[in-house]
Design a protein around this ligand. Structure first.
Ligand code: GAP
Length: 461
């Protein structure tokens, strides 16, 4: 059973606690766009940092680029996106609202795999499928997913192109630059993290399907005969990373995409799906893009995009294995994995059980009373000391201590540290000790500041 109320709770928490806000909200909102607030930025940055550590920095031969968001229109002709990046769309004949035809079939329990436009139309008629408002639907048309833009003067001389719908093409157009400047040995990877734009017909399910999102992509160039083996290696790396950042792995499933559903460039695709409250859906894609893109760009640009093997002196047109994921989908899956309701002190509470490494705030320091300058001064001193371990140590003196704890629980802060009169030496044997409260259990212990530091270091290890 889909637990849509969980989704509502996540959306509400995200807004209430400054993670994610609806885009352009004061003007009534702009569908399919979201803005990240302070804790959202911190959580997103931690996801990206972890991805780079795993997929770039700890690899022997992976290099990162940051290409322009706007690429020449020729790139999109060569890649096949200009003509082929389309979704089947149907119109509600009463309201004029457009819908993804394949999604309506799926919702009616019909698998749209491999269906032509005509097949979809027939399935809609035969099964008497109506729009979500219960109205008749029109015929299937093509909806172009890329957002067009133009560079320069607004006349015929303007260069027409699109906001990039994937970061991958910014990697392919830099393949030769990396070879000429870095001289990597095949196999090697080029990674990119950055924004992508898609004019989704029906953006929905919070961060899951949006019109502007961030991708983390790796194009791993390899010998054609080694591609199958490398595919398996990256499959394992993806699974290990999803576990490492704290996803509920019982909800992660591998899905072999049937050949009739493969993208125009893919020879094999395995999706890592996640059990979202609205159903099991794609989280992370892994594709074998073969030599499709390098070949196309070589043909269209006239620039040879080959690798000269120094051992054999032969030219190789590499195959490409591509792990590709949207940061927002990982962000959402993480919130869903971490969201917990329990009972503490006879009251229901909400907490995010995020791993310390990924949590936006590592610890919160607080003076027991904010109107006692000596407590405040000591607490500031302690915070500064703990920031030697990690800068993301928050300050919170708002409301009573119970309220502060609850607020930090909802943000996912693993530790809360309270400075009281004993810290100042009211009970001499407790001087320079503090209270450390654990998020997941609510338990508290009395520790020296040095021991608190050790606890934080251990949690981040
Ligand atoms: N370069 C390959 C590529 O872009 P994709 O399956 O279209 O393949 C890769 O997208 C990943 O990007 C998806 O697995 C998903 O995590 C994310 N993604 C795609 N469309 C998205 C959207 N509209 N909103 C949020 N994330 C999206």
């Amino acid at each position: 059973m889909a637990d849509l109320s969980l989704m509502e709770k996540i959306v509400s928490l995200a807004k209430r606690r400054g993670f994610v806000f609806p885009g352009s909200e004061i003007y009534g909102g702009l569908a399919g766009t979201y803005d990240y607030g302070p804790f959202g930025v911190a959580l997103r940055d931690n996801i990206v940092r972890s991805w780079k550590e795993y997929f770039v920095q700890s690899q022997e031969n992976v290099y990162e680029v940051d290409s322009s968001l706007i690429l020449s229109g020729d790139v999109w002709k060569a890649s096949g996106h200009a003509d082929g990046f389309i979704d089947p769309m149907v119109k509600d004949l009463e309201t004029g609202q457009n819908y993804r035809a394949d999604h309506l079939l799926e919702e009616a329990g019909i698998n749209p795999s491999g269906m032509s436009d005509q097949d979809i139309e027939e399935a809609i008629k035969k099964n008497n499928i109506k729009s979500p408002d219960g109205n008749e639907l029109g015929g299937v048309s093509h909806f172009y997913l890329m957002l067009p833009t133009q560079i320069g003067a607004a006349d015929e001389s303007a260069h027409k192109t699109y906001l990039r719908p994937e970061t991958a093409q910014g990697i392919f157009v830099n393949f030769k630059n990396i070879i000429d400047s870095i001289h990597p040995k095949l196999p090697f990877g080029i990674a990119q993290v950055g924004k992508a734009f898609r004019n989704e017909i029906t953006p929905r399910n919070f961060l899951f399907r949006v019109r502007e999102f961030e991708q983390m992509e790796l194009e791993y160039f390899t010998y054609p005969e080694q591609a199958k083996e490398d595919f398996e290696t990256w499959k394992n790396t993806i699974a290990a990373w999803l576990k490492e950042i704290g996803l509920n792995m019982n909800k992660v499933h591998e899905y072999e995409t049937p050949s009739e559903d493969l993208s125009h460039y893919s020879d094999r695709t395995v999706d890592f799906q996640f059990d979202f409250p609205f159903g099991r859906s794609e989280l992370y894609g892994l594709a074998n893009r073969t030599s499709y893109d390098l070949k196309k760009h070589s043909e269209e640009s006239g620039v040879a995009l080959e690798y000269l093997d120094p051992e054999t002196n032969m030219k190789v047109l590499p195959y490409v294995i591509e792990p590709s994921v949207g940061v927002g989908r990982v962000f959402l899956a993480l919130l869903l994995s971490a969201y917990t309701e329990d009972e503490l002190g006879g009251e229901t509470r909400v907490l995010l059980k995020l791993p310390a490494k990924i949590a936006p705030v590592k610890a919160m320091v607080s003076p027991l009373l904010k109107n006692k300058p000596e407590l405040v001064e000591k607490a500031r001193e302690v915070r500064k000391e703990l920031q030697k371990v990690h800068p993301a140590i928050a300050w919170d003196d708002n409301g009573n201590i119970g309220k502060r704890y609850r607020r930090q629980d909802e943000i996912g802060t693993p530790f809360c540290i309270t400075i009281d009169f004993d810290t100042l030496g009211e009970t001499p044997e407790l001087k320079d000790t503090v209270t450390l409260r654990h998020r997941d259990t609510g338990e508290q212990e009395r520790l020296t500041i040095e021991d608190v530091k050790k606890r934080i270091i251990d949690a981040l290890a």
